[in-house]
Design a protein around this ligand. Structure first.
Ligand code: FE2
Length: 167
């Protein structure tokens, strides 16, 4: 694949019909695309480790907010959903803390794993909770107002944007 192509293109069918969540999913896609560029252009381990760090911290904050939403809406499948989040976080932390990856092909393998994981997670379990919440009459609009402010507080760093700008 040419490095000028978009690695992970956001499609309308990825929407879970909750704007705050869609925006955060799109940010995750942006960070993955940034990581792809860094790997393709061989920006070096320091740059890649920085983006992996940003990806890990953004994902952690996003998952926490999603779990809060499901908890407040008393969503019945909260626990298995949290388990999926927990497993991915463990994997991301392993990747970013240990700086295990030094080889370009391994980075690409990891990138395609993360891309499939995110796409399948969004179109699978995220779509399910969103549909269940809307059906149960939970006020997503009120939650979104609260969540936007909360997310700003939870994102202790805006680091990934800084990382992006250096591209
Ligand atoms: Fe999720």
């Amino acid at each position: 694949m040419n490095s000028d192509e978009v690695f992970f293109k956001w499609l309308p069918e990825y929407s879970v019909k909750i704007k705050t969540i869609d925006n955060q999913h799109q940010e995750l896609v942006n960070i993955l695309n940034r990581l792809f560029v860094a790997v393709s252009k061989r920006e070096g381990n320091k740059a890649i480790a920085g983006i992996l760090d940003a990806l890990t911290s953004y994902t952690r904050t996003h998952f926490a907010l999603e779990e809060k939403l499901m908890r407040e809406a008393k969503y019945k499948d909260l626990l298995p959903h949290m388990e999926e989040h927990r497993k991915l976080m463990a994997k991301l932390e392993e990747l970013s803390n240990k700086h295990l990856l030094k080889e370009k092909p391994i980075y690409f393998e990891m990138l395609s794993f993360l891309k499939s994981w995110l796409r399948e997670h969004i179109q699978g379990v995220d779509t399910k909770y969103s549909a269940a919440l809307q059906q149960s009459g939970f006020s997503v609009t009120a939650w979104e107002r609260e969540a936007t402010a909360e997310f700003a507080l939870m994102s202790d760093t805006k680091r990934w944007w800084e990382v992006w700008k250096t591209a």
